[in-house]
Design a protein around this ligand. Sequence first.
Ligand SMILES: Nc1ccn([C@@H]2O[C@H](COP(=O)(O)OP(=O)(O)OP(=O)(O)O)[C@@H](O)[C@H]2O)c(=O)n1
Ligand SMILES: C[C@](O)(CO)[C@H](O)COP(=O)(O)O
Length: 241
Amino acid sequence: MTATTQPPRYFALLPAAGVGARMAANGPKQYLTVGGKPMLRHAVDAFRASPLVAHTYVVVSPDDGVIDSVLPPGLDGVTVLRVGGATRMDSVLNGLRALDGQIAPHDLVMVHDAARPGLTPALIARLIEGVGDDPAGGLLALPVVDTIKRSAPGADGGALSAATVPRNGLWSAQTPQMFSYGLLLRALGSAPDANAITDDASAVEMLGHAPRLIEGHPRNLKVTLPADIRIAEMYLAHKED
Ligand SMILES: Nc1ccn([C@@H]2O[C@H](COP(=O)(O)OP(=O)(O)OP(=O)(O)O)[C@@H](O)[C@H]2O)c(=O)n1
Ligand SMILES: C[C@](O)(CO)[C@H](O)COP(=O)(O)O
């Protein structure tokens, strides 16, 4: 078989080079202990436990001094890339570029926030099955269940409800977000502004594609604020939901 006729392989790429400013902890949140181990280890172990995933790459800051204690060099199925950048998009793009020649253009890459420890092999399988061979790729997401307000500044500096955003058709994006290596590299490489791209799917959409939305799970929350820790702990106490 030629390279392009071989079935695609599935890889994971975890951006883990953030500083966790909103968590206001005494270090990057991806290393906080939740569920008995450092946060990023949960998602790494979910990918390592999935029979569908060929290899997992973790992108950290070049000066990261913690990762080796969380992912010991030589850990099976995992490679650390010390190419983290100033934004999440930069970290993902730097990671993709570091894998040039190791991943084929038609292979699939699942980009997953290291700050989402609730990922399970079942959710990984759900994404892969749901996207199938759709060239537009796809992502885990949840239909919005709250009413969404658009704010306006109040005279006292508070926020006023200026409008209600129609909820139908609104989804909250999770990760993994899965695309072919070639498409994702093109999309992020041609994105106009790294700060305008807060998720990988938005860069793919800018190329005119419509990635599939595959229902995720509340356990797959992004741990962003201090209050999220307790929610994550609750879900991590239950391996599968
Ligand atoms: N320059 C960056 C910024 C973020 N991330 C990663 O992208 C994921 C989602 O980002 P976020 O939740 O915003 O993490 P932080 O940027 O660390 O948080 P904050 O915005 O509060 O600083 C995290 O796993 C984070 O480590 C990254 O790899 N490189
Ligand atoms: C990628 C993401 O998790 C999808 O909801 C989100 O956009 C990340 O945002 P952050 O500000 O980088 O945490």
